[in-house]
Ligand binder design. Structure first.
Ligand SMILES: [Zn+2]
Length: 244
C-alpha cells in the first residue's frame, strides 16, 4: 500500500497515556481532493486529519498517527469526550451527496486493516463523524457502506436483513423511549435518558439510521424509530455483550 506524505501544520501532542483506540471516517464535503488537502494543510484553518483518500484511491498522510490531528471537534463516544485525543481520522474526498467510488473504498479497507493491526482499535470503535457529534455532523453520507466494511473485518454491523421492515414504531411510552435511549448510550452515543423523542434523541436516531439502516435511510422520516432500527440495535447489543 502506497502512502504519499504531506505535512499539515495543524496538529499537537496527544495527552499523556492516551492510546489510539478509535477510527473516525469523514467525508470532505469539498469540490475535490486538491482543495481539501490545501485546507487541511493550511495554518489558516485549524483543521486536519491523519489521512485523506482521493477518488482514485490515492492515500495521503497529513499527520503522523502518534500526534493529535484536529478532525473531530466537540465530540463524545462511549462516555469519553474530545475524540481527537484517542482517535485516527480519515477523510474521504467527496462533494457531500455522492457515492464513494470502489477504488476509494478499496484503499480505505486496506488502510483500516493496517491501522487495526498497529493500534488497539475495537470493531465497535470504527465509526462516523456523525456518531461522535450527532447534533452537528452528517459525514460520511448515507452512500457509505458500513456493511461492506464489516464484511472485511472493519467495524461492527448487525447480521440481519430488515430492509423491508420500514414500520414505524409509534405509540411508544416514556419507559420504551428510555429503553431505546439506554441501549443507544450503551452502544456509545452521547444521549440523555429523557424518555422523550426530543431534539438530541432525534439527532442520535438519525446518526444510528444513517450508519446501520443506510439502504432505507431516505425512505421515511429519518428521526422516526422503525422496526428495522429496533431489531438492528437489539442485535448490536447482543454482539457487544458477547464481546465483553
Ligand atoms: Zn467530518
Amino acid at each position: 500500500m502506497k502512502i504519499l506524505n504531506l505535512n499539515s501544520p495543524n496538529f499537537d501532542k496527544r495527552p499523556d497515556n492516551s492510546s489510539i483506540d478509535t477510527l473516525i471516517i469523514h467525508h470532505t464535503n469539498m469540490q475535490d481532493a486538491d482543495s481539501a488537502l490545501k485546507r487541511l494543510c493550511s495554518p489558516e484553518y485549524t483543521v486536519s486529519s491523519h489521512y485523506l483518500i482521493d477518488k482514485h484511491g490515492v492515500i495521503y498522510q497529513l499527520v503522523p498517527d502518534h500526534l493529535r490531528a484536529w478532525h473531530a471537534g466537540i465530540s463524545s463516544w462511549r462516555g469519553k469526550e474530545m475524540v481527537n485525543n484517542f482517535s485516527i481520522g480519515i477523510e474521504l474526498d467527496n462533494q457531500g451527496a455522492e457515492p464513494f467510488p470502489p477504488q476509494q473504498i478499496d484503499s480505505l479497507i486496506a488502510l483500516s486493516k493496517e491501522l487495526i493491526t498497529k493500534h488497539p482499535i475495537e470493531a465497535r470503535n470504527i465509526i462516523a463523524h456523525y456518531d461522535i457529534a450527532p447534533h452537528r455532523k452528517d459525514d460520511p453520507n448515507h452512500f457509505f457502506n458500513w456493511e461492506l466494511l464489516a464484511s472485511e473485518g472493519i467495524g461492527i454491523f448487525p447480521n440481519i436483513n430488515n430492509t423491508a421492515e420500514q414500520k414505524v414504531l409509534s405509540n411508544l411510552v416514556c419507559e420504551d423511549i428510555i429503553k431505546i435511549q439506554h441501549k443507544l448510550k450503551t452502544f456509545g452515543y452521547d444521549i440523555n435518558l429523557t424518555g422523550e423523542f426530543d431534539f438530541q434523541t432525534a439527532r442520535v436516531i438519525i446518526a444510528f439510521k444513517r450508519h446501520f439502516c443506510s439502504s432505507s435511510f431516505l425512505t421515511n422520516n429519518q428521526e422516526l424509530w422503525t422496526l428495522e432500527a429496533e431489531k438492528k440495535l437489539n442485535h448490536l447489543m447482543s454482539m457487544i455483550n458477547e464481546e465483553s
